[in-house]
Design a protein around this ligand. Sequence first.
Ligand SMILES: CC(=O)N[C@H]1[C@@H](OP(=O)(O)OP(=O)(O)OC[C@H]2O[C@@H](n3ccc(=O)[nH]c3=O)[C@H](O)[C@@H]2O)O[C@H](CO)[C@@H](O)[C@@H]1O
Ligand SMILES: C=C(OP(=O)(O)O)C(=O)O
Length: 424
Amino acid sequence: MDRLLIRGGQRLHGEVVVSGAKNAALPELCAALLTDAAVTLRNVPRLRDVATMRALLERMGVQVRTHGERGGMTLQAADPLEPVAPYELVKTMRASILVLGPLLARCGRARVSLPGGCAIGSRPVDQHLKGLQAMGADMAVEHGDIVARLPAGRTRLRGTRITTDMVTVTGTENLMMAATLAEGETVLENAAQEPEVVDLAELLIRMGARIEGHGTSRIHIQGVPALHGAEHDVVADRIEAGTFLCAVAATGGEAWLRGGRAQHLDAVIDKLTDAGVTVQAEAAGIRVRSPGAAALKAQSFRTTEYPGFPTDMQAQFMALNAVAQGPSAVTETIFENRFMHVQELVRLGAQIRIDGRTAFVEGGSRLSGATVMATDLRASASLVIAGLVAEGETVVDRIYHLDRGYDQMERKLQALGADIERMA
Ligand SMILES: CC(=O)N[C@H]1[C@@H](OP(=O)(O)OP(=O)(O)OC[C@H]2O[C@@H](n3ccc(=O)[nH]c3=O)[C@H](O)[C@@H]2O)O[C@H](CO)[C@@H](O)[C@@H]1O
Ligand SMILES: C=C(OP(=O)(O)O)C(=O)O
């Protein structure tokens, strides 16, 4: 099992190229199920989750080809398709649920293993099921699988108004994809406004879908009988960019994040600026300069849906707070159990106490290297940031979590001057 060995204490300097977003690429790969024509994506990140999604789609009969330097991937979902997502693949990647809407819309039936809970919380998919049911599908759970089908005599889902009980990112994406091929209009109320939802909508529109209001909390989708092929560039990964912002902030130094989109990171950049980090938004990327944690002021924040502070940046910013000066309170409102990194940060010398959904961080800790265990994707990233500032050697174990969502993180950090290596 791979591990990362980090010798902390280096300031980071240089340039990294921000990869395409995991959370946009995954639904966009699934969007290829909506047409029998070829869909070409560029800027697809090299991640374990992308490989898993590819394997899942190939298992269903989708032809997938990679090409070019820039993460090119062409998918063609010609008939016949086998609309089944088995447990072996779904259990390693919850985003597999994103095949459900497209399969049902395209094939009129789907069998998708029900994703279980994971380290960050129980993560139910009831809103996905409720929405598809409102669009006329019969939904059942049999032997651990979601079994969805259109009633006899129907060939298409029916557009309707759907108000989800909470804002759900993949729920919005699943329902939006299903609605593109439904009969009539679907209105998604309380829709997620994340940049990845917008990027998916832009791909679907290129495929011939009629969508308005993406990027707001009400999305209108006028169903069409068929979609066609398209080409699309996956939007830059705001969470990867935000992770590098926090890393440079913590170690001190200066970096150019080529391709990063500052406008997707307003809430994080505001907090970094208040902390004393200089962040410059430019058309081609983001420039960051930090005097190092000793000169920064820790910041309190609470995670909320976009455009609020992203839950996917909570752990990384908490690592920064642990070494910046002063106390801070970090409240997690999206997932009930997303503080798994806290005990590991404490092993490195951080002073953090959890009370319910809030972690109270006493800043100014001098971290010292230790072996720590990564428990989920962003927890792993926070331990890497802590390792970069800790004195001596830190070993981050179980980095398969990191590989799920970061495209060659250690190589990008090496390019910035970090002393980090992968050990098999
Ligand atoms: C592949 C992908 O894009 N993953 C992102 C997506 O996950 P994901 O789409 O799974 O997260 P959701 O936005 O759906 O979850 C938000 C909250 O709603 C709850 N909920 C959701 C759906 C549902 O049917 N029932 C229900 O109770 C969840 O348990 C959670 O408490 O958005 C999260 C919140 O920004 C991010 O952390 C993930 O990185
Ligand atoms: C929680 C995350 O991803 P997923 O929804 O794929 O588990 C994440 O990207 O931080």
